[in-house]
Ligand binder design. Sequence first.
Ligand code: GLC
Ligand code: CA
Length: 563
Amino acid sequence: MLTRRVLIDTLAVMAASETSSAHAGEWWRGAVVYQVYLRSFADANGDGIGDLQGLESRLDYLAGLGVDAIWLNPCYASPQRDHGYDIADYFAIDPVYGTMADFERMVASAGARGIRIVMDLVANHCSADHAWFRDALGAPRGSVERARFHFADGRGVGGVEPPTNYDSVFGGPAWTRVVEPDGADGQWYLHFFDPSQPDLNWAHADVVEHFDDVLRFWFDKGIAGFRVDVAHGMAKAAELVDVQAGSDFHPAWDQPGVHDIVRRWRALGDAWPVGPRYWVGEVWVTDSALARYLAPDEFHQAFSFDLMLQPWHAESLRRAVERSLALAGPYQAPAWALSSHDVHRVATRYGQEVDLGDPDPSDMISAARRRGPVDAELGIRRSRAAALLQFALPGTIYLYQGEELGLPEVLDLDPEVRQDPMWFRSDGEQFGRDGCRVPLPWSREGANLGFSTRANAAPAWLPQPADFARYCAEDQFEDAESVLATYAAAIEARKQHFAGSDSLCWIETVPGVLAFRRGRVACVVNTTNEDVELPVTGTVVLSSVPAPSGQLPANSAMYVELE
Ligand code: GLC
Ligand code: CA
């Protein structure tokens, strides 16, 4: 049995506290940001696809949950081949999501509830439907129109082979051949994602200036900042040469030119008349490379994917927390996430067998998209505990829509309804991301379980499984023991107990149990399948499951106000 331990290890993670004037105006420090995948959040006009009016109609729910900001996945004009990560016009709202007036009203309504809007900036690539790319297709080799992208001649006789050996992140080659305006087989263009997403050439001044305008345009609309998509990929090496097996160098990832772009944007945002704008990067690089993106003149934050990739295993989780805190250093605060629109849902992942192998360095994210049998109840139980762990951490918490309902990944979608390019380009080898994008169940009854607020709505764009009703927000709202109630209570506890300090002190316990103190309250997490004695003494403030006094049940977490 576990004996109570004294505090023997202290890790001071931040030099300054949140309340110090050094961090005045940095609203994002300690904030809870809710990620809205608009297409799947709420549908107001009944076409089966989420939209801006739908989001606006649910803002009270988000305010009630206690969120400080929304990260809104792309809602710009787009042919939706990668559901908005393929932008045809950066200055327009896609009609499927509503109008510019809808957008402005949503930003204002959110603002009235104290909720800020962070948009998604996709600058590594645009859509093949963007006017620039169309112009490039109609223009000759060597033209200025083509220079805004990465066009190159193929290799081999007749140029039939791609210019280099790069793979697309979504599977298959990263080059696609075009037909020249005169009908001849032509050059190839580079796309690290889908062929519908041509990579922009950041060495071209038009591209640089275009994005300055994009930033100003949306800052003017009152948004608080941007999440930067594939930030480590924007600049390419001057020479696009083959990737050598076993070499760390890749001409597309983490090139020095990226930092010029980030610094430029940071300066523009810092000088914004109504106050500095916020930046968080999606940066998939090694730990040592990540530090540069977090320099004081670059991003405020980059996602700490480390935690998201870990299995339900105390020592792995602790190491991930320690690594991210160390990387953030004394001035930054980590941005934590357990889920997103790109990985399998956390309630499903934690119900799978624990795999302690290191993630594949060339495809880290795949660690959070595993197949295999799932114990659904166990997964939910652990994800409730993980929520308490997460909301006790110093830094910013990103919460992916539906996580607060304990929604599972939908693993058995019919191939016919799947839409993710990753599924198609990997020939079904990878499920891809449709399963975490199934529209939210809001109520037990009603069109698409309340996802659509109009009667006689079209079916949801991805079908909700029959058992989705049991996760609906409406029912969970009424139930004090629900996952939703636990999330709301954890967010409230975070504000009440963890807002005053940035420091985290580990408390040594037995293997399988995590414990740390923030101020006067400890967070204790039991990742094992056995109940243990509570490793600290005090008053329980919150528990992820009902617990007998003095006990920390298997796969649960608690906040304990220390004596
Ligand atoms: C990022 C996004 C992902 C998208 C990809 C291409 O990884 O999070 O959803 O498909 O970039 O834009
Ligand atoms: Ca709609």
